[in-house]
Design a protein around this ligand. Sequence first.
Ligand code: FES
Length: 120
Amino acid sequence: MSHTDPSDFDTGLAPEDLDPARPRTLETPWGAFALFVVEGRILCVQSFCPHLGGPLFQGTVSGAKVACPWHEWVFSLETGQRVDLAGRILGGGAVLARCAVSYSARGTVLLRAPDRRPRV
Ligand code: FES
């Protein structure tokens, strides 16, 4: 977690700035992403749903899953994959873009470039 890549995006936020009850949205060089705090871990996925663009950051979080408030598609915040409520992977190709999270020397949250561009 200490390796810093020059292309990392420094959010300027300390972990204690984040509210587990309220995902934090951010504009990044790769588009809109949101930081979720799940059991003390920070997970970062695209802010808007790949189905029809619903506000995932306003979705219902349960464990490491989020349900979109528009049509209740559920995604794993860990893998980005669309899953059912039991966590089983559903097909269909809807996958969230995710950023790996690390920390700067001053303790702020860094985001690694996402594994894919957000597709909304
Ligand atoms: S826009 Fe998210 S489930 Fe439809």
